[in-house]
Design a protein around this ligand. Structure first.
Ligand code: CP
Length: 324
């Protein structure tokens, strides 16, 4: 795998390969083998133009557990504030020896540009671009659903027949987009729930059903309910209900939590707006996989970095490659 840019073009075969390698990585961690020598001598740059807690730290932890050297770059406090371009920034970091660049950027398509422009030769991993995609989040979500469903018997399995309901600010969510494509590729059935004003205009072209009433969606007893963060920083008051109204109609609270089927899980990519899209009862309940998702994220990112930097190259089909 040369790059990981999105889940829309990720094949079922490659998605399962990442999830299965992540299982191996998780096993080594659970056997207290904290550090593998696999990427010794490689340098990974975390190039973050937007804020992050989970993604940046978990890519750093993943790289270090594979014995790679890590350079953390944050646009804040860098020469980006003096007007330095993405091209010059990336080429500067490559000149310092970057073998792979993990990029989060506010512009949709920035990772694709980095991978296809010829500016750098390093592998590129998308850590979230604008409202476009967040592929490693979707992969760790799929890993978590699969693990909860199949336990130690997860390897090689897809999510055929699993019903996932994604609730909230679909309009601004790169997490929702990556999840819809990946879950569909893995055979899951996806339902989206949101106020009409937070549903993207092109949603009819997505492989998902759209419902506007959360109670109606929950009455279908989904296997997983994924709550999304309301992105208040991107919200325009003209199309967002009041927070109180939103919470009442689309929030996951104790009453709705109690209606979920046995075995149904509650997911959230974080960071959470407690009391808005999810109540403390739901976030902290035994059904919640929020912290499992974070822990699984390290294993999944170890798998992605391994496959980008040490996976076989000759003769492999280059899904998510620069031609896309
Ligand atoms: N889920 C996620 O991307 O969180 P961060 O913004 O903290 O990385």
């Amino acid at each position: 795998m040369r790059h990981l840019l999105d889940t829309r073009t990720l094949s079922r075969e490659d998605a399962l390969r990442i999830l299965d390698v992540a299982e191996d990585m998780r096993d080594t961690q659970s056997r207290e083998i904290k550090k593998l020598p696999t990427l010794r001598g490689k340098t990974i740059v975390n190039l973050f133009f937007e804020d992050s807690t989970r993604t940046r730290i978990s890519f750093e932890a993943a790289a270090k557990r594979l014995s790679a050297d890590v350079i953390n770059f944050s646009a804040k406090g860098s020469s980006v504030s003096k007007g330095e371009s993405l091209q010059d920034t990336a080429q500067t970091l490559q000149a310092m020896g970057a073998d792979a660049v993990v990029i989060r950027h506010g512009a949709s398509g920035a990772p694709q540009t980095l991978a296809t422009s010829g500016w750098i030769t390093a592998g590129v991993v998308n850590a979230g671009d604008g409202t476009h995609e967040h592929p490693t989040q979707a992969l760790l979500d799929a890993f978590t659903i699969r693990k909860r469903r199949f336990g130690d018997d997860s390897r090689g399995r897809d999510l055929a027949g699993v019903r996932v309901t994604i609730v909230g600010d679909i309009l601004h969510s790169r997490v929702a987009r990556s999840n819809v494509w990946l879950l569909h590729t893995l055979g899951a059935q996806v339902t989206l729930v949101a106020p009409p004003t937070l549903v993207p205009q092109d949603v009819s072209r997505w492989p998902a059903r759209v419902v506007y009433d959360l109670d109606e969606a929950l009455s279908a007893r989904p296997d997983a309910v994924m709550m999304l963060r309301i992105q208040l920083e991107r919200m325009n008051a003209a199309y967002f209900p009041t927070e109180r109204e939103y919470s009442r109609r689309w929030g996951l609270d104790a009453r709705r939590l109690a209606t979920l089927a046995d075995g149904s899980i509650v997911m959230h990519p974080g960071p959470m707006n407690r009391g808005l899209e999810i109540s403390a009862d739901a976030a902290d309940s035994p059904r919640s996989t929020v912290l499992e998702q974070v822990a699984n994220g390290v294993s999944v990112r170890m798998a992605v970095l391994y496959l980008v930097l040490a996976g076989e190259r000759s003769g492999e089909r280059d899904t998510n490659a620069e031609e896309h």
